[in-house]
Design a protein around this ligand. Structure first.
Ligand code: C2E
Ligand code: CA
Ligand code: CA
Length: 432
């Protein structure tokens, strides 16, 4: 393959390093920096071994010429080793670099004819953008590292430096942002950065039947939304500790509402990881005992997906929860893949229809038909039906007409901290 470099005029490894150093720009003056795109063909070794080195050479030459044509002066091209190419592009940002990398990926994928075979090669691509103070060697190393991450993901993909999966505390592979969230969650658990906000659920007759406890996480003034921290907590197993904390806090809130004269339940979210644990019953009993609340004022919201496969431990936990006197609700109904055959065996008193169905009401007649059918199903199974995520009067009108029993959504109230909830309830009862 020695003739390839001279044939196409690509830089070699040391030429690439030197050129990279020369292409650094002053970020203050341009706002854009040198981008390095590291390309490594997938399964090249296999091609060499099965077809021979001459064919391998031919393939590389073909691809190198394609790159040259496609890049047409936009980048400095280097060949680092047999099947590895690096492109240096001055004054690029991350988006531009990603776009360029996708363009190169499609260049690689165009069919190549070797003998009687049509090959459709793919590549693993790593991207690194120059950071202030970084030398050329470190920059190229980051791009290569990102390329390896793309290879480890199965190849045929692009990874930006900084987005590579790296091992987490529990040996689970987490992306960098997820690791940061995991660390924030640990801090929150240790320093009181968790809180619960409460969102009212309102019956068709206007009564506030329950408030849903929704977890909030704030550390050093930074608020992380549950949509971000709950999935990380689930991956790392931290959700069990978070869940135990919210069970206790939620139960204490139910007790406080009762003491303040309201007959309003606290609905507490319980994750799958909690329910599949043999310790769940103990945690529930501890929360009920410590808060000294009437168990009928506590409702557990369980996501629909839990019921796809109910293990013996889950069944036992659910039975024990019912025996303790709390009630169960099926959350996010309609979004999972629950087996309707299982639904009849679930001892829940409430079905919560996911917001996805509500947002398209009342214009979408088909969605209306689905909500009507789900509501009927819930009623026939002896459950009350709650619609989540209602933001407009028109949605509420359609839902009540269909026969939904209760409504939860920003239209009535957003989730709010404990003191605002008490003020909200007081204000509401003074208008009754
Ligand atoms: P979820 O259980 O379905 O909770 C309802 C979510 O819908 C809440 O989001 C709430 O703020 C939002 N919502 C309510 N009404 C409206 C509306 O009218 N419009 C819009 N756009 N959104 C509305 P939030 O608080 O961000 O929580 C997201 C999810 O995080 C929850 O979904 C739940 O799955 C999970 N989560 C929250 N707290 C806990 C917890 O303590 N334990 C567990 N395991 N999961 C929790
Ligand atoms: Ca919920
Ligand atoms: Ca829900």
């Amino acid at each position: 393959m020695d003739n390839i470099d001279s044939l196409t005029g690509f830089l070699n490894r040391s030429g690439c390093l030197q050129t990279a150093g020369r292409l650094f720009t002053d970020p203050q003056s341009t706002g854009k920096q040198l981008a390095v795109i590291w390309i490594n063909f997938d399964r090249f070794k296999q091609i060499n071994e099965s077809f021979g080195h001459l064919e391998g050479d031919e393939l590389i030459k073909n691809l190198a010429l394609r790159f040259r044509k496609r890049v047409s002066g936009r980048a400095e091209l280097s060949r680092m080793s047999g099947d590895e190419f690096v492109f240096l592009i001055p004054k690029y940002d991350r988006n531009e670099a990603q776009q360029f990398a996708s363009e190169m990926a499609s260049t690689v994928e165009e069919p190549i004819f070797i003998g009687k075979l049509t090959m459709r090669p793919t590549a693993s691509i790593g991207i690194a953008i120059h950071e202030p103070g970084e030398n050329a060697f470190a920059l190229l190393e980051r791009a290569e590292h990102a390329m390896f991450a793309a290879k480890n993901k199965g190849g045929n993909c692009i990874v930006c430096s900084g987005d590579e999966p790296i091992p987490g505390r529990l040996g689970i592979t987490l992306a960098r942002e997820e690791l940061a969230i995991e660390s924030i969650l640990h801090t929150a658990l240790e320093t009181g950065g968790l809180s619960l906000h409460y969102q009212p659920i309102i019956c068709a007759n206007g009564q506030v039947e329950a408030v849903e406890a929704l977890m909030r996480c704030s550390v050093n003034g930074e608020n992380i939304p549950p949509g971000k921290f709950i999935p990380v907590a689930e991956k790392t197993g931290l959700v069990v500790r978070l869940g135990e904390w919210s069970l206790l806090q939620g139960a204490m809130q139910a007790r406080q509402l009762h003491d303040a004269g309201y007959r309003t339940k606290a609905a507490i979210n319980v994750s799958r990881a909690q329910l599949i644990s043999a310790k769940f019953t103990l945690a529930l009993h501890a929360a009920l005992i410590c808060s000294n609340v009437k168990p009928e004022l506590v409702e557990l919201e369980l996501t629909e997906s839990l019921f796809m496969d109910i293990s013996e431990t889950v069944q036992k936990n659910l039975k024990n929860a019912l025996a303790a006197g709390v009630s169960l609700a099926i959350d996010d109904f309609g979004t999972g893949y629950s087996c309707l055959a299982n639904l009849k065996d679930i001892p829940a008193k409430k079905l919560k229809l996911d917001r996805a169905f509500v947002t398209v009401l009342p214009e979408d007649r088909r969605a209306l038909a689905v909500v009507r059918a789900m509501t009927q199903l819930g009623h026939e199974l002896g459950m009350s039906v709650v619609a989540e995520g209602c933001e407009k009067q028109s949605e509420i009108d359609s839902l009540l007409e269909i026969g939904v029993d209760a409504i939860q959504g920003f239209f009535y109230a957003r989730p709010m901290p404990e003191d605002s909830l008490l003020a909200w309830l007081k204000n509401r009862s003074s208008h009754d």
